[in-house]
Design a protein around this ligand. Structure first.
Ligand code: C2O
Ligand code: CU
Length: 407
């Protein structure tokens, strides 16, 4: 039975204490960073009353959720919600998975200040784990006086905004506990403006079980996974032995700005053993390919041109039911996580190499000087949509386009 999930989100200013004794003036839903986790079962209706208690306009985008166009939370489909105003969002959650919601107005500032949260859609048939944990990875860029660094200098426009304070769930390098012998499902969301996280759990192996649009066909065993802004990954983590201490860290990665350092995001402390009833099946779900991996593209998106074209670009419309095969060509010197609103795609190939696994994605990193071919099928939700780079500073400077889905 589909249920109605009602939530009130009040966007308000908050003293955000990201580390003991250290705080900044943040923006939080219901006064917390991250905002409250919204949980629903697949098929439920989610209704959210947004109250804007901020001194500036805002909207909420339901990243990854296949909502109707009018509920997408962008300024292309609704007037921004001014200070003191409210707006009611209402939509069905048709797909199980790890989603997130975030401001879609003055995003570079509003997300940096904390306006984001998780939206978890469960399926009763999801595999059983001993526990589930949501990790929002993020960072903060502070000025020497300890307050937020000013927004929008030239360097940020070009390279994105990255800070030295690394956060998980709004706290600087926190410590988590996991009971020995147990296996948890970790739902990880990259909520940072720009930061890429090549995640490692101290070199230990884990299983990747899901991505943006829910479970993979089968678990993939790995010791690292790259998560770029906007993306999600679900992992099966553990079992570990009592007394172990494991660093949750980012390995060096070069997104075109030189190789980053190896950096800690959090620490995992393994406590006393607990009974485990986790079951990780060998098959998680079925995903049918949308197109042959060698399908010819019917559109090419030149990310370099997109980056330099400025605002208010319109791309050609797409028709409901007509398969889209798009080549995302990145001739710039930096990686760009490309996000399409409202629809999932499948990655067919990277630089001519077939994509190793079938997955539903809404955001994909297109590495510098490479190309990625995706396929997607517009289902019957006509209206105004957009795609953009999820490095928020790139989006803000106009690395985006509007397009309509027409019948
Ligand atoms: Cu998370 Cu317009 O996106
Ligand atoms: Cu970009």
């Amino acid at each position: 039975m589909a249920a109605l999930v009602s939530v009130e989100l009040d966007a308000q200013e908050v003293d955000w204490e990201f580390a003991p004794g250290r705080s900044i003036r943040g923006f939080g839903y219901n006064g917390q960073v991250p905002g409250p986790t919204i949980r629903a079962d697949v098929g439920d209706t989610v209704e959210v009353r947004l109250t804007n208690s901020l001194p500036q306009a805002t909207t909420i985008h339901w990243h990854g959720v296949r909502v109707r166009a009018e509920m997408d939370g962008t300024e292309a489909v609704q007037p921004p919600v001014g200070p003191g105003e409210t707006f009611d969002y209402r939509f069905v959650v048709p797909d199980a998975g790890t989603y997130w919601y975030h401001s879609h107005t003055n995003e570079t500032e509003q997300l940096e200040r904390g306006l984001y949260g998780a939206l978890i859609v469960r399926d009763p048939k999801d595999p059983a784990f001993d526990a589930e944990r949501i990790l929002h990875v993020d960072d903060l860029k502070l000025a020497p006086d300890g307050d937020l660094a000013p927004f929008g200098d030239e360097h940020e426009h070009h390279s994105g905004r990255e800070g030295d304070v690394r956060l998980v769930n709004g706290r600087q390098e926190p410590t988590f506990e996991i009971p020995a012998d147990t296996v948890e499902r970790w739902r990880i969301i990259d909520a940072a403006n720009t930061r890429f996280v090549r995640l490692s759990l101290g070199g230990r192996s884990f299983s990747i079980i899901g991505t943006d649009g829910g479970l993979l066909p089968a678990p993939v065993s790995a010791t690292e996974v790259l998560i770029t802004p906007g993306e999600r990954v679900d992992l099966a983590v553990g079992p570990f032995d009592e007394g172990e201490q494991i660093e949750i860290e980012a390995l060096p990665y070069d997104r075109g700005k030189g190789e980053s350092d190896r950096e800690r995001f959090a620490t995992l402390q393994v406590g006393a053993a607990a009974e485990s009833s986790a079951q990780l099946p060998q098959t998680l779900r079925r995903i049918d390919p949308l197109a042959d991996q060698t399908a010819e593209p019917n559109r090419t998106i030149d990310l370099k041109a997109l980056m330099h074209a400025g605002h208010h670009q319109r791309a050609d419309p797409v028709r409901v039911g007509e398969l889209q095969v798009w080549d995302l060509v990145n001739e710039t010197g930096q990686d760009h996580p490309f996000h399409i609103h409202g629809f999932f795609f499948q990655v067919l190939q990277h630089d001519g190499e077939p994509s190793p696994e079938l997955a539903w994605k809404d955001t994909v990193n297109v590495p510098r000087r490479s190309q990625t071919r995706i396929a997607w099928l517009p289902d019957d939700r006509p209206g105004e949509w957009m795609y953009h780079c999820h490095i928020l500073e790139h989006h803000a400077m106009g690395m985006m386009a509007h397009f309509s889905v027409v019948r």
